[in-house]
Design a protein around this ligand. Structure first.
Ligand code: 6PG
Length: 476
């Protein structure tokens, strides 16, 4: 029988997606540039379902039922273009090419446009959950045409993670919408991880707790509002002992965080759209900063650590403050991420449903968390929510945590413990809630040095003050 779906590119993600599909009863066509990889997949896992391996791309394409659905799982950028270019001449009208990698959504838009001119569908599908997710149930964020989803929906929804009987997959929107949402997902992932790292640093450097103790704290936190995959694995990583040295694993790892670039894309795009995703930006920059080893060494030599006088009189109370600060900052990170999705959706005309995104992030993906249910409810109750921060549930949570948040940020500043994500999230919250901002002064300065004009609180119109001529003000 012809295969229902094909996968080309059988490195670990492609391989695991193919196995997941086969395990769910789909007949899966397989192809890889180096055929040995295809053979090893069939040899090792052929009993998990029905695979149709092909050595040549032509045979792979011919082995698929029409309209064909072909997952391309190769490196983003040039390699993806190369495979797509090879595929296109072999395909027929209505066939669907699916890119499940972390592609930039602008590339996806371009490819979708190009393939639509050949009567083909190109679907950029964000897939989150790492290797294990790909095999056991990822969160899937497919973009592309509604027509392509008629074929792909039932397949993807069956292999995706399921939460309360609901699949973690939905048609996100046209062309690059899926990859855009996956990009923002990764931005939130960066913020989430940075916040966790800062919380750890506060407990470690501030309270002097050992990694194993902090692991217990995170494990405890994971049974409350903070319950999430990242908090859970933080406990595991902190509890881990390095086999070679017997030291805490976290102490033998070089403290320079790397990135493949999705966080950077998120921040770049947010700058273009004018969305203040400050927590995500700080998290991305914090990774860059950690990598500047020479500057760090020079500064470490030049400046002493501040005396940590009276850091926390009551460690238990401080730990609780950190938990609340973490939660409030996390709400800010998600609020900013959802703002970003809304802005992208407006800009590119996608009509993305934010509640549906919260729904498909509840399982499978790296940022899966209990409180995504609350986010979904918030958008169900009020689809045009101005910011997640004012949804009743989150407003109450932030209100409840704000004193702790301030104490934590203040204590960190006094002790010289950098908390860029905690601090910037608090600053974001304070800036949003303040009736009046010093932006008025910035407008005055711009008008003063560059006649850039300003608007007034008491009258409509655009104004300019003749600063050199007795401060005459007139409508610009
Ligand atoms: C996921 C992850 C994944 C991402 C890694 C690495 O959702 O499964 O987001 O797609 O590639 O987390 O990202 P960095 O190397 O940029 O940290």
């Amino acid at each position: 029988a012809p295969a229902q779906i094909g996968v080309t590119g059988l490195a670990v993600m492609g391989r695991n997606l193919a196995r997941n599909l086969a395990r769910h009863g789909f007949t899966v066509a397989l192809h890889n540039r180096t055929h040995a990889r295809t053979e090893s997949l069939v040899a090792e896992h052929g009993d998990e379902g029905t695979f149709v391996p092909s050595e040549r791309l032509e045979d792979f394409v011919a082995s698929l039922e029409r309209p064909r659905a072909i997952i391309v799982m190769v490196k983003a950028g040039g390699p993806t273009d190369a495979v797509v270019d090879e595929l296109v001449p072999l395909l027929d009208e209505g066939d669907i090419v699916i890119d499940c990698g972390n592609a930039h959504f602008a590339d996806t838009r371009r490819r979708e446009q190009a393939l639509s001119e050949h009567g083909l569908h190109f679907v950029g599908a964000g897939v989150s959950g790492g290797e294990v997710g790909a095999l056991e149930g990822p969160s899937i964020m497919p973009g592309g045409s509604a027509q392509s989803y008629e074929k792909l929906g039932p397949i993807f929804e069956s292999i995706a993670a399921q939460v309360d009987g609901t699949p973690c997959c939905v048609h996100v929107g046209p062309d690059g919408a899926g990859h855009f949402v996956k990009m923002v997902h990764n931005g939130i992932e960066y913020a989430d991880m940075q916040l966790i790292a800062e919380a750890y640093d506060l407990l470690r450097s501030g309270l002097g707790a050992a990694p194993a103790q902090i692991a217990d704290t995170f494990r405890e936190w994971n049974s409350g509002d903070l319950e999430s995959f990242l908090i859970e694995i933080t406990a595991d990583v902190l509890a881990h002992t390095d086999a070679a040295t017997g030291e805490a694993f976290v102490d033998v790892v070089l403290d320079q965080a790397e990135q493949k670039g999705t966080g950077r894309w998120t921040v770049q795009n947010a700058l273009e759209l004018g969305v203040p995703i400050t927590g995500i930006a700080e998290a991305t920059f914090a990774r860059s900063l950690s990598g500047h080893a020479e500057q760090r060494a020079a500064a470490a030599q030049a400046f002493a650590t501040p005396a940590e006088e009276g850091f926390a009189d009551d460690p238990q109370a401080f730990t609780d403050d950190v938990r609340k600060a973490l939660y409030a900052s996390k709400v800010v990170a998600y609020a900013q991420g959802f703002d970003h999705i809304a802005a992208g959706s407006d800009e590119y005309g996608w009509d993305v449903d934010p509640g549906a995104m919260a729904t498909i992030w509840r399982g499978g993906c790296i940022i899966r968390a209990k409180f995504l249910d609350r986010i979904r409810e918030a958008y169900d109750d009020q689809p045009d929510l101005p910011t997640l921060l004012v949804a009743p549930y989150f407003a109450a949570a932030v209100q409840d945590g704000v004193d702790s948040w301030r104490r934590v940020v203040a204590a960190a500043a006094r002790a010289g413990i950098p908390t860029p994500a905690f601090s910037s999230s608090l600053a974001y919250f304070d800036a949003l809630r303040r009736p009046r901002l010093p932006a008025a002064l910035i407008q005055g300065l711009r008008d003063n040095f560059g006649a850039h004009t300003y608007r007034r609180v008491d009258r409509d119109g655009t104004f300019h003050t003749e600063w050199s001529q007795d401060l005459v003000e007139h409508e610009a």
